[in-house]
Design a protein around this ligand. Sequence first.
Ligand code: G6P
Length: 481
Amino acid sequence: MSRREPLVVVSNRGPVGFLVGPGGELETSRGAGGLVTALRPLVDRHEVTWVASAMSDVDREVALSGRRIEQSASGSPFALRLVVHDAEVYRLFYGVVANPVLWFVQHRLWDLKRDPAADLGRAWQHGYLEANRALAAATIGELDRVPDAPVLVQDYHLYLVPALVRAARPGARIAHFTHIPWVGPDSWAVLPPEIACAIHEGLLACDSLGFHTERWRAAFVESCEALLGRGAEAERVSHANPIAVDAVEFDALAANDGVIARRAELLAKRPEILVVRVDRADPSKNAVRGFEAFGKLLEHRSALHGRVVLLALLDPSREEIPEYVDYRLAIDRAVAAVNDRFGRPGWEPVSLVVRDDLLASVAAYAEYDVLLVNPVMDGLNLVAKEAPLVNGRDGVLVLSREAGAFEELDEWVVPVDPLDVEGQARALERAIELPDSTRRAWLEGIRSRVRRHDLDAWAERELAELEARAPLPRGRATMGL
Ligand code: G6P
């Protein structure tokens, strides 16, 4: 599909957020997360209207002025329609259901000792359903302008939007992409059946459903069969299409002055062996076990003392959610435990920086000897794809078998089981000792895979899958922006 086509993209977090600058002027900040980056080629190539939630007070004010034209990072125009939610609705939607429930269930972080909370049903009705209704209503409004436009709904925040749009516009062409893992029927059984069924029914209202891996797609088919007896339908509408990264963007970032300056700072104090991790500070990323594994490595290999540092760059995330606050404290404790036990003047074994600083992350990508990516579960994990693109040291990737990216990159990584701390310590040791020729060959293997399956290919495949299942009626032209 090469012509410019009107598209409606719907996600909770939009591609830009708004803030008020020092002089009182309105500034935009780029929305965080892989989802927003991944959809950029769609904005560059098509006439996109993006429907998203207003997330800050400034966003809410901006939303009052209605639909507006914004520019993508690469200068392409798109229309932005921000949806304002009632504050309590949004809290129940994002802070009670989407993250502590759906994110945790789908990353197997559910805690049966405590969950589900007694008032989940209320949070579902008055939070998740309400917020989905509001985003669906805005989407339907956009479809009134461009009736045949593909509607591309994103992620776990919006499982009900497809069915709500379908009920109002039966002929709509709707796709959904899930950016996180899918889990089988036993995992969904922790939720009240009416909620689990609504999620699966919501998605089956789509013409096309995308997942990062065959494994997540197969789990979806299985859970549709177990919950609704609709496995065959799920099989027909779903496909696996792992998301990609923008190699050109990372090439440019590596040459960015800010990255070069941060790289120089890192070089000035770099140890002989630099182990790096870069993540959102999220329990699914498994930073605590990573620090424990690094401690085990130092326990087993005193020859490494003073020579190796683990640099952890963590992006603060979802700080209003109690489980995330607890996990941040656990991170601090785990780092202190290693540093108190092994540190000595002039050598701090773990260096923890909790800050949103993309340029510092890219500098660390360039400098790592070992990159630790050990999530408990991860839909894909973009760091595993981004960092090798710019690494200048034949760095080795230690990668969790539970990250979606493992399906693509397994030939060129040291694999780890994320719950096995001893195993991760051994994997770090193996990565440090890997022969030069293997290091180089593995890094090249990852790079060529990542460059081959690029973002344009990902986005065009999403549109092609929808077109194949819900073709635009012949002779029907769509209107522009
Ligand atoms: C993950 C999710 C995205 C989300 C991002 C940031 O990558 O799959 O949907 O946008 O995290 O999370 P946040 O809660 O900050 O929007």
